[in-house]
Design a protein around this ligand. Structure first.
Ligand code: UD1
Ligand code: CA
Length: 459
């Protein structure tokens, strides 16, 4: 089988999104919409991907930078889908290969459906193979016009249709597999004499038929796959369906989701078996969660690695953190980028951590801020401890050795180093380094004024 190329049309603005951002860069289930058809094309073995850009071309280009095998074709003016494909063809190099033509706004399309399309195209010896679907309400779509024998004759757009044609329920998905030589030979024959004065790609069907090329239609097994996203409601619905797919896959792979309808997991997230996830969790980006973890309700995790058997308690927010095995976090803790928690670390209520490493078995159980810090193993960080890392101009580091006991309400004014085995008394403001195995204590001596309250009582 020859190599397959794919052309993805993404030059339109997407006016109905009512957005400053081009439609195909809006995110669906954690990825820009455009990433979905590209992934489907790759699954169908398309090696060469040409994306047609126009509106906000720079932003789309930026987004696609570094994507292997992707080339960009610019369509300066949006003169129609046929014109868009004509702009793409000079960038398509594989000769005689079939070309998949996709839209940037159909995120639900699967690689499996594209594979079926390509197989049918080869098996049928077709020049043009159209992916179709049947809709009870086909309004707005192009309709597939067949002859009495059931052969595809042409596609008619909603705006150009007669009432009889408008009654056809088989619609054009806008997704095709076409012979490249046929495309190159005929793309410039499209005219724009139609209701929208556009060069319709769909007219290639009638051209193929007139020249006795084979033109066939493949019906999508699930018509929802071809659903285009045009507005925010469809965006939400597409996200809903994609999350259902993601969640079903995870459950098949052994992840327990207490309420999959209320669990929001991005496509790229990896989760090990026997991990249990409670409702309201949001897992984003390049997050990897190990086996046997428990994520309680409303935990948000973005771009983190979480080791096996870890326990993330309700309401915690984790961004760019690395957790080793058996770590406990929360409830309501905030781990920010650069946080590294080694095995069996325990982080409790209302603790914020940023750019800080905690060694094996260390604990910060309550109301603490640890920033720009390096903390050894088996350290106990008492309630209310604060690393004073910022002097208003620069950030400074706090280094704490192994087996240090930091009492409650301690401020560590960085830069400062606390040696192994030291003890810092509650209420101490540490401004100088503490040698190993020493007690540091800095408190104003307490004065008790006996009877003072009785003397000052009102009334
Ligand atoms: C198109 C089909 C219609 C089909 C429908 C499926 C045509 C003429 N009609 O209609 O039969 O049922 O898709 O969703 O092809 N684009 C460009 N440059 C352009 C015009 C469009 O890149 O000059 C891109 C758009 O960004 C979009 C895609 O092509 O991603 C489809 O264009 P759109 O205008 O939405 O076509 P429809 O009217 O929906
Ligand atoms: Ca459309």
């Amino acid at each position: 089988m020859s190599m397959i190329a794919a052309v993805v049309l993404a030059a339109g603005k997407g006016t109905r999104m009512k957005s400053d951002r081009i439609k195909v860069l809006h995110e669906v289930a954690g990825q820009p919409m455009l990433a979905w058809p590209l992934a489907a094309a790759r699954e169908a073995d398309a090696r060469e991907l040409v994306v047609v850009v126009g509106h906000q071309a720079e932003q789309v280009r930026e987004h696609l930078a570094g994507e292997p095998g992707v080339r960009i074709a610019v369509q300066e003016e949006q003169l129609g889908t046929g014109h868009a494909v004509a702009c793409a063809l000079p960038e398509v190099s594989e000769d005689n290969a079939p070309v998949l033509i996709l839209c940037g706004d159909t995120p639900l399309l699967t690689g499996a459906t594209l594979q079926r399309l390509v197989e049918a195209h080869h098996a049928g010896g077709a020049a043009v193979t159209v992916l179709t679907a049947r809709f009870d309400n086909p309004f707005g779509y192009g309709r597939i016009v067949r002859d009495a024998a059931g052969n595809v004759r042409r596609i008619v757009e909603q705006k150009d249709s007669t009432p009889e044609e408008a009654a056809i329920t088989e619609v054009n998905s806008g997704i095709y597999c076409m012979d490249l030589a046929f495309l190159r030979a005929h793309i410039n024959r499209l005219g724009s004499e139609n209701a929208q004065n556009e060069y319709y790609l769909t007219d290639l069907v009638a051209i193929a038929v007139a020249e006795h090329h084979r033109c066939i239609a493949v019906e999508a097994e699930d018509p929802r796959e071809i659903m285009g996203v045009n507005d925010r409601q469809q965006l939400a619905y597409a996200g809903h369906l994609l999350r259902q797919r993601i969640n079903s896959r995870l459950m098949r792979d052994g992840v327990t989701l207490i309420d999959p309808e209320r669990t929001y997991i991005d496509a790229g997230v990896v989760i090990g078996p026997d991990t249990e996830i409670w409702p309201g969790c949001v897992l984003q980006g390049r997050t990897v969660i190990g086996r046997g973890c428990l994520l309680e309700s409303s935990v948000q995790v973005c771009d983190c690695t979480v080791g096996d058997r870890s326990h993330l308690k309700s309401g915690s927010v984790l961004e760019g953190a690395v957790l080793h095995a058996g770590v406990a976090v929360g409830p309501m803790a905030h781990l920010r980028p650069g946080t590294v928690l080694h095995d069996e670390v325990k982080i409790g209520n209302f603790v914020e951590i940023k750019k800080a490493v905690l060694g094996v078995g260390s604990k910060a159980s309550h109301l603490t801020y640890l920033g720009d810090a390096e903390i050894g193993r088996d350290v106990n960080v008492g309630c209310g401890t604060i690393t004073c890392n910022y002097d208003g101009v620069n950030k400074h580091r706090t280094v704490i050795g192994d087996r240090v006991f930091v009492g409650s309400d301690v401020q560590l004014v960085a830069p400062v180093t606390v040696g192994d085995g030291a003890l810092i008394a509650a209420g101490t403001t540490v401004t100088r380094d503490v040698p190993p195995d020493s007690l540091a204590i800095a408190r104003t001596p307490q004065v008790n004024k006996e009877g003072w309250c009785l003397r000052h009582k009102k009334g």
